[in-house]
Design a protein around this ligand. Structure first.
Ligand SMILES: *Cc1c(COP(=O)(O)O)cnc(C)c1O
Length: 362
C-alpha cells in the first residue's frame, strides 16, 4: 500500500533516517551503552529547553506524564485551564486521579490569559495549575511567558505546562520561564514515532513530589530524577526511541535551533497563506494562532468559505496526504493541517498543490 504522508497534528511524518536510528541493535538499559546514549542526549535536551535540570525520558505517551504531574504535585486543588479538547480533558483526568479540581473555562479558540489565571490563584485555593501552551485541537497558542510570570507571585503553586505540540518548534526556555513541569510527546514536533514523553521538572516540584504519598511508581518524578542522575530511566525504556531521539537532536543542532524555529514559522505562514488564498478564515482568535499547525474554519458563518471536509480529506488522501477533519465538537466545522517536524517550504509545496486541485473539485 502506498504511504500517505502525514499532515495531521500528530503523529507526524517520520523520516527514513529516524526510523533507521530507531532500529539500532538492542542494548541493555542498565549497561554502559545505554548510559552513554542517555548521557549524550541529556545536554542536547538541556540546551533545547534552556535548563540546568535533568530532562526525563518516559516510555509512555504524553498523557502518562500529564497524569503523573497531577499525582506528584496536587495536594490541595488544581486549576485546569481549558480552551480545547486536550486541556478540557485535563480537568477530567485530575478528577479521575481523585484530586480536587476546578475548571478555568474559556471558549475554544481563545487563548488562556494571565489575568484570568491571576484572578483564580488570588483566592489561595490552589496549589497547582495545568495549562496547554499549544492547544492542538483548536490550533491556539497561549502566551506562556505572561502566564509563567505569575509564578513569581504564586511560588507555592505548581505550574504544569503541556507543550506537547510546540516543544522544539518554538523556543521554550524552562529555567527562564520558572515553571515547574514542561512536557511533550515524541510524535509531534520532534517527528519521532509515538511512545516517548520528554519532560523537565523544577527543584521545587521535585521537593513537593517527594512528599506526595500517593504519587504511584511508574510516573514518580523522584524515581525519574534518581535514575536520570545515573543516566538511566526508572523502568526499561523504549531504547529504540532514545536512539531515534539522539539522531533527531543531532539534526536539530546541525540545522541550528533558531533556523528550526524560523522554518516552522515559514511553513506555518505558508499554510495560513493557502487558507487565505482560498477564502478560508482561521479558527483561533486573531494573534493566538499556533505556529505548528493551522486550524482552518469551514463555513460561511465563520466569514469564510465552506467545503465538504470529508471529501476534501478524501481527495487529499488520494493525492498522497493525510489532513485532519477537525477534532471533537468542531469536527467538520474546522480542518487542520500540521507543519510540525521536518517539513520545509519545498516539502510542503506538493501538499498545497494537491489541496489546490482538491478545492477546485469541491
Ligand atoms: C497530542 C496531545 C496530547 C496527547 O498526547 P498523547 O501523546 O496522545 O498522550 C496532549 N496535549 C496536547 C496539546 C497534544 O497535542
Amino acid at each position: 500500500m502506498a504511504h500517505v504522508k502525514l499532515h495531521i497534528p500528530g503523529p507526524v511524518e517520520v523520516s527514513e533516517k529516524t526510523f533507521k536510528a530507531f532500529c539500532s541493535p538492542m542494548i541493555g538499559h542498565r549497561g554502559q551503552g545505554f548510559k552513554d546514549l542517555y548521557a549524550k542526549v541529556q545536554p542536547q535536551l538541556q540546551q533545547l529547553l534552556s535548563t540546568k535540570q535533568l530532562v526525563y525520558l518516559s516510555t509512555s505517551s504524553a498523557w502518562g506524564i500529564m497524569e503523573g504531574a497531577i499525582r506528584n504535585l496536587v495536594s490541595k486543588k488544581v486549576l485546569n485551564c481549558m480552551n480545547g479538547a486536550f486541556s478540557d480533558k485535563w480537568f477530567d483526568v485530575s478528577k479521575r486521579c481523585g484530586k480536587a479540581a476546578e475548571p478555568l473555562q474559556v471558549e475554544w479558540g481563545r487563548p488562556i490569559r494571565a489575568e484570568e489565571i491571576d484572578k483564580r490563584l488570588a483566592t489561595g485555593a490552589f496549589d497547582a495549575l495545568t495549562v496547554i501552551h499549544n492547544e492542538t485541537s483548536t490550533g491556539t497558542m497561549s502566551p506562556i511567558a505572561e502566564i509563567a510570570a505569575l509564578k513569581k507571585k504564586y511560588p507555592d503553586v505548581m505550574f504544569i505546562v503541556d507543550s506537547v505540540s510546540s516543544m522544539s518548534a518554538v523556543p521554550l526556555k524552562f529555567d527562564e520561564l520558572g515553571i515547574d513541569v514542561l512536557l511533550a510527546g515524541s510524535q509531534k514536533a520532534f517527528a519521532l514515532p509515538p511512545g516517548l514523553a520528554i519532560c523537565v521538572v523544577s527543584p521545587a516540584a521535585l521537593a513537593k513530589a517527594a512528599k506526595a504519598a500517593d504519587r504511584g511508581y511508574y510516573f514518580d518524578f523522584t524515581e525519574f530524577q534518581k535514575n536520570a542522575e545515573q543516566s538511566m530511566t526508572p523502568s526499561t525504556p523504549s531504547i529504540g526511541h532514545v536512539y531515534a531521539l539522539s539522531s533527531k537532536l543531532d539534526e536539530f543542532f546541525a540545522e541550528g535551533l533558531e533556523n528550526r524555529y524560523a522554518r516552522h514559522r515559514k511553513t506555518n505562514q505558508m499554510t495560513r497563506d493557502w487558507a487565505a488564498r482560498h477564502g478560508f478564515t482561521l479558527f483561533p482568535e486573531s494573534g493566538a494562532e499556533s505556529l505548528t499547525l493551522t486550524c482552518i474554519n469551514n463555513g460561511a458563518k465563520a466569514g469564510g468559505r465552506a467545503v465538504d471536509v470529508p471529501k476534501l480529506q478524501k481527495l487529499a488522501k488520494d493525492g498522497g496526504f493525510l489532513i485532519d477533519g477537525g477534532y471533537g465538537k468542531i469536527k467538520g466545522k474546522t480542518f487542520r493541517v500540521s507543519n510540525m517536524g521536518d517539513e520545509t517550504e519545498s516539502s510542503m509545496a506538493p501538499l498545497f498543490a494537491v489541496l489546490d486541485t482538491a478545492i477546485a473539485q469541491l
